[in-house]
Design a protein around this ligand. Sequence first.
Ligand code: UD1
Length: 422
Amino acid sequence: MDYLEIKGGHALSGKVRISGAKNAALPILSATLLAEGCFNLQEVPDLEDVKILLELLKELGIKVKKSANGQVELDSSKLESYEAPYDLVRKMRASVLVLGPLVARLGKARVSLPGGCAIGARPIDFHLKGLELMGAKLVIREGFVEAKASRLKGAHIYFDIPSVTGTENLMMAACLAKGKTVLENAAKEPEIVALGEMLINMGAKIQGLGTATIVIEGVKSLKPTTCKIIPDRIEAGTYIMAVGAAGGELIIENCIPDHLETVILKLKAAGLKIDVIDEDKIKVKKKGRLCSVDVKTQPYPGFPTDLQAQIMVLMATAGKLSVITETIFENRFMHVAELKRLGADIRVEGRSAIVKGVKHLNGAPVMATDLRASASLVLAGLGAKGTTIVQGLHHLDRGYEKMDEKLAQVGARIRRLQSDGV
Ligand code: UD1
C-alpha cells in the first residue's frame, strides 16, 4: 500500500499547474453517450475516478483511446450495453451520471444504486424523481434502478436542494426529450456550465446555465464535438491553501480566478496575500500567522464543501477561534479526529466544528477517510513540525493528479513510499 511521508516546515516556492477538473470531466465523459460518433476531449485529468468512468463507458460499448497529454478520444457510434454494474458504481458514485444519457439515447438503463458514502447518505432520489416526471418508468430491483421510456418528455422539475450531479443528469436527459424541460432551483456550479456548453456544441438547446433556472428544449439527436475540460477550482483552492499551511509563495497556473472568488475573499480575510496576476494565474503569499475566520459551506457560489477540510487545517493554527459549519453533507467531519492526532484543538457540535488555533501542529501517522479529507491531511503535514505519514492514498488519487509530485516540485519534502503489504 502506498503512503506519503511528509517532513513539515518547508515553505513552498515556484509554480503549480492546475489539472482539468474532475467534476467537469465526469459529466462531460458521460455526455458522450448521448450522440453517435467520435469525441475528442482535452485536459482530461489522469485520476482514479476518471479511469473508473472510462472503464464503465467501455463496458457500455464506447471505444476509448487515451493519449499521454490528457487527450481522450471516444467513439460512441455503437452502444452494446445499458447496464452500469455494481462494482463500478460502488467504487465511484458519479457513475450514476450515465443514467440520464442512457435512458435518453437507448430508452432504457440498468444502473446499480450507489449505496452509502463516508461523508453522508447522498441519496439519488432527485435524479430518479426527475426522470419519472420526464415519463420514465422506474423499478428498483436487486440493487439496481431499471429505467425505461420510449422517448422522454419535457417536464417542470424542482430540486428541493440544488444537486450538482442531479442537475447534470437531468439536463443531459432533457436534451433528447420531446419538448421543454425546466429545472428549477438547479445547481449553478461552473462544472454544470461547462457541461451545458459542451451539450450546446453538440446541438442541444439550453438557456439559463449558471442560474437557478435552466431551460432545455429537447432535440431529436445530438452530434459529437471536441471539448477542453476547465481547470479544477477545488485543486486550485487546495494549492492556495497549501501556501497557507506551509508558508512561502506560489504561482497557481491554469486556473479560472472567477470560479474561486468566494474562496479567495475568505482566504484574504484570513490574511493570505492573493493576487490575480493574469486571466489564468494567481499569486499567493503567506506573511505571518493567519487570523481565524468563520466558514459556512454553501452551494456555488458559496464556499465549497470540497474545500471545508482544507480550510479547517489553516484555522487549526490561526490566531483565535473559528466556527466551520458544514451545510451540504451531514457527516463531513471525518478529518477532525485525524487533525486532533496532530495536536489540533477542534470540537464538533452538530453541523459545526469549533476550531481553536494552536501554535503549531505536530507530525503523526494519520489515515485518510475520504477524498478531500486526504488533501487536508497532506496540507496539515506540510505545516506540522516533524514527520507526518498519510495512509489511505486511494482517496487522494481519486481526485488529485500527482499531488505529491506537484508539491515536491515547489519545495515540499514529500515522498510516496510503499509499505510491505499492509
Ligand atoms: C457533487 C460533487 C462533489 C461535491 C458536491 C457538493 C461531482 C462528481 N461531485 O456531488 O464533489 O462535494 O457536489 O458540492 O460533481 N441530495 C439529495 N438527493 C439527491 C441528490 C442530492 O438529497 O438526489 C442532497 C445530498 O445528500 C447533499 C446535497 O443534496 O446533501 C447536495 O448534493 P449533490 O450536489 O447532489 O452532490 P453530488 O452531485 O453527489
